[in-house]
Each structure stands twice: as C-alpha cells, then as structure tokens.
Write a protein that binds this ligand. Structure first.
Ligand code: CTP
Length: 397
C-alpha cells in the first residue's frame, strides 16, 4: 500500500476541507506518514487540532513560525515529501500555483518541492469551468502536475455538477496506483528520440518538418517518473528537458543516427518518436548560395532509416516506432512494424485536425502484440498509455 510514504497534504479554504480530515485518516491507516499544511482560510472550515490528532504529526500553517530552529521549515518539508496532495485545491490555490505566487506556508513549500504534486480541485461548478481556472489547470498540466479530477454531484453551494472533491477512498486508490506505477520501469534503460531533424543546404537554409517534440518529451517525462533511466536524443525543439532525463541534442538525421547507434547496445527499451528526414541535400555548401535568375534544383539523397537499422541490430531491446500516416493508417502501420522488425508501432493519423504535429492532443493506434485504438487524449496521457502497454507486453514476453 502506501507503507512508509511521506505525504504532505495541502488543505486550502473550501467547504470540502472536512473531507481532507477523512483523507488524512485513510492515508495514515494505509501506512503513510502525513504532514498537513493548511492555508489561513482552511482554518475557517476545520481546526488544525483535527489534522494533528488524525495524522499524529505537527500541522503547519505559518511560514515564519519555525518549529525547529536548525532548519528552514518550508524547504525541509518540501525535501521531506515523497508526494504532495492538494485536497481540496481551491481556484485561488490553483491560480497561485499556476503563476508562481508563494505568499504562505503551502505555496512556498509547493514551489520548493521536487516531489510529484497531485491536485484534487473542489469548487463551484461555474468557478471550475471559468476560463481562467481552465487556463490555470492547463498550465499546471504543462508543468507536469497531476490531477485527481473532481466528481459530479451535489455541491455545497446548492448546484449539481462537476466540482465536488473526489472521495477520500478514491484519492487513496489513485495514490496507491501511482506509487506502484513509479516502480514499473525501475532499473530499465530507455532511449527516446524526439523532434525534427534539420538537413542543411547552406549556412542559412535547411529542410525540416513541423515536429515539435511534444510526444517524445511527454514519453521521456513519464518514463522517468516510472523509474526508468531515460536518455532523450532530441532534434532542435523549444521544450524544457523533463526532470531526471539525460538529453542529448542533435541536428541532422546523420547526427541522430550516430548518437542513437552509440547508445543503443545497452538499452532495454527504445522508442523512436523523432520525425527524421527521409532525404537530405546531396551537397551542402559551406557558404551562403547567392540567388540567381531562374530555378534552383536541389538534388536530394536518402538518409539512413535509423529505425530499420535498429530493427536489424536488435538483440533484447523492445523496439517501438512511430508512424505518421494520412490514409490506410492501420494497414501502413502494420506493414512498417513488420518490415522494420519492431515490437510495436504507434500509428498517428495526422490528417485529423487538432492532433499530430505540434498539437497538445493525439489520437493513436497501438500496434504491438495487442492492437488498440486509443481515444483522443493529451500527449501526456498518450505517453502513459503507451508506457503501460510496453510494460505489459515486456512482462508477457
Ligand atoms: N525513422 C527513422 N529514420 C528515418 C526515417 C524514419 O528512424 N530516416 C523512424 C521514425 O522515427 C519513426 C518511423 O521511422 O519511428 C516511421 O517514420 P515515417 O516517416 O512515418 O515512415 P517511413 O518509414 O519514413 O515511411 P514513409 O515515408 O514511406 O511513410
């Protein structure tokens, strides 16, 4: 269960704070050590002595009231935590966190922690649906925060709708599952390629494609969270390196080939999301080509298909390719999987608006031993689904 897990429970000022008391009790019964931080407004709803009695731990509410002079409380708590749970998370707390505001004990500790943070929102249905709250949640999603979505039901304000804090039993179950997930790739080495490549014609011109690297970076983030040792070989993108991921930057298909080949032998799992150029200019000029009258024909030559090479070389590695298709999506996917000797391919229908290149969402088909069409999901959720399937298929090998 959650035996020995160090959990900081952040309670903010909503009526659902009373459920945080039950949550504290259930987490403690599951073996976790729970330290509660309350906001000032949370104390309007529940007293700190309730949390103290249920957790048998001190309760924190004041950044400046140092209980132990040998340390700095909000930093020590931030470092102590294995995970953070915000329940209930009010619109105000969500807004502060999304915008880096740290004006009390809870928000300062949150900015200082490197632990995973699970946000369980609770508020009136219209507040929850407000454009600014939605934008903040989206921003937090992009920062890598996790959510325990509010349920539908009767709200204390009299409305019926989405906004009710998820039940304490369900929150405990989510955390238990997450804890299990975090061990599933521990000890595994995982290589991911991401982003486009650039194929130079001269110092100021190159061929490329619209890949932004989002899918590969989402996979790298999730795999690292599942305990894998992740190497991310990335073409030129504007994304931040996910935590605990070793990133190697490359530019051309040739650079990517060399880097992938160097790292391939000791990997357990390789996922190739990169949109590698299939052709590059046959000649690269050292100096800028001056424009001239008439046409300019650029002769192109094939690059090496890195994935196909890996398919030939692979020994024990579980090899996953990606394919972007606009027609006969499943048929072409299956053909590529078999031709390149892959264990699985993830096929992406890039003809559909709002998915594929540059989008935040993706609709993919998993084609490993099992085949499954996944619904439209955020790329982070697609990454989770893909990694879950890899874990499952490796276990069944
Ligand atoms: N790939 C690769 N090296 C290349 C080209 C592609 O490793 N030079 C990999 C991609 O990383 C991806 C997979 O091959 O995992 C599929 O890429 P895609 O462009 O969809 O397919 P191709 O095999 O290039 O086939 P086609 O262009 O005919 O669709």
């Amino acid at each position: 269960m959650l035996q020995g897990k160090k959990i900081v429970l952040g309670v903010s000022g909503g009526i659902a704070a009373y459920k945080a008391a039950a949550l504290t009790s259930k987490l403690t019964q599951s073996g976790a050590v729970v330290k509660v931080i309350m906001t000032e407004n949370a104390k309007w709803f529940v007293g700190s002595s309730t949390f103290q009695a249920l957790s048998r731990q001190p309760v924190y509410d004041d950044t400046f009231e140092e209980q132990d002079p040998s340390g700095v409380q909000h930093i020590d708590l931030a470092d102590w935590a294995d995970m953070f749970v915000l329940a209930p998370a009010t619109a105000n707390l969500i807004g502060k966190l999304a915008n880096g505001i740290a004006d009390d004990m809870l928000t300062t500790t949150l900015l200082a922690t490197e632990a995973s943070v699970y946000i369980a929102p609770a508020m009136n249905v219209h507040m929850y649906q407000h454009a600014s709250v939605m934008a903040n949640l989206k921003k937090l999603d992009g920062f890598g925060f996790k959510f325990i979505e509010p349920g539908d039901g009767y709200l204390a304000c009299g409305y019926v709708g989405k906004g009710r804090l998820e039940e304490p039993e369900t929150i405990v179950e989510v955390l238990r599952k997450e804890t299990d997930r975090r061990r599933q790739l521990s000890g595994r080495k995982l290589l991911i390629t991401a982003g486009p490549t650039r194929e130079k014609i001269d110092p100021v011109r190159y061929f490329t494609n619209p890949s932004t690297g989002k899918m590969g970076y989402a996979l790298a983030r999730e795999a690292a969270e599942m305990g894998a040792e992740v190497t991310l070989i990335s073409g030129p993108v504007t994304l931040d390196t996910p935590p605990n991921v070793k990133r190697i930057d490359v530019v051309s298909a040739r650079d990517m080939y060399e880097s992938v080949m160097e790292h391939f032998p000791d990997q357990d799992i390789v996922i190739k999301t990169a949109a590698v150029a299939d052709y590059r200019p046959a000649v690269t000029f050292d100096h800028k080509m001056k424009k001239k009258d008439g046409e300019w024909e650029v002769e192109m030559e094939r690059t090496t298909d890195i994935l196909q090479e890996l398919g030939k070389k692979k020994t024990t590695q579980f090899l996953v390719g990606f394919a972007a298709e606009t027609q006969n999506v499943e048929e072409y996917g299956r053909m590529k999987r078999d031709k390149k000797n892959l264990d699985a391919i993830v096929v992406n229908d890039v003809s559909e608006a709002g998915t594929g290149f540059g989008a935040d969402e993706n609709r993919v088909i998993w084609m490993g031993k099992e085949e499954e069409k996944l619904p439209l999901l955020s790329k982070q959720d697609v990454a989770r689904e893909i990694l879950d399937r890899i874990v499952r298929e490796i276990r069944d090998l």
